[in-house]
Ligand binder design. Sequence first.
Ligand SMILES: N[C@@H](CCC(=O)N[C@@H](CS)C(=O)NCC(=O)O)C(=O)O
Length: 101
Amino acid sequence: MKVEVILLDRWLSSYAMRVKIALAEKGVGYECREENHPNKSPLLLQSNPIHKTIPVLVHNGKPISGRVLWGKGEDQEIAKKEFIQGLKELEGELGIKPCFG
Ligand SMILES: N[C@@H](CCC(=O)N[C@@H](CS)C(=O)NCC(=O)O)C(=O)O
């Protein structure tokens, strides 16, 4: 199955830059779509309906965000476990260094 990763971006957004650095570090290919703030795209409004801000990372049509806080039931429990696992991996990479980058 082809994996589709789309980053909803805006020129010089430091928030989006962090996502780009993480994707580059992980070697994840993605399509970058520039958002125009007065005229936000339907994909942005649908993917981030509350804040309507970038960056938004869309993986195979599903926005990646907030399952830990706003998810429900089993999906939320899975998201919590994945989040904690991610923190453990980050901690492992950090080791005794004072910072990551
Ligand atoms: N807390 C958010 C902030 C995102 C944010 O403020 N994005 C700005 C661009 S850098 C935005 O989309 N602004 C459009 C708006 O507020 O309408 C994050 O870390 O992703």
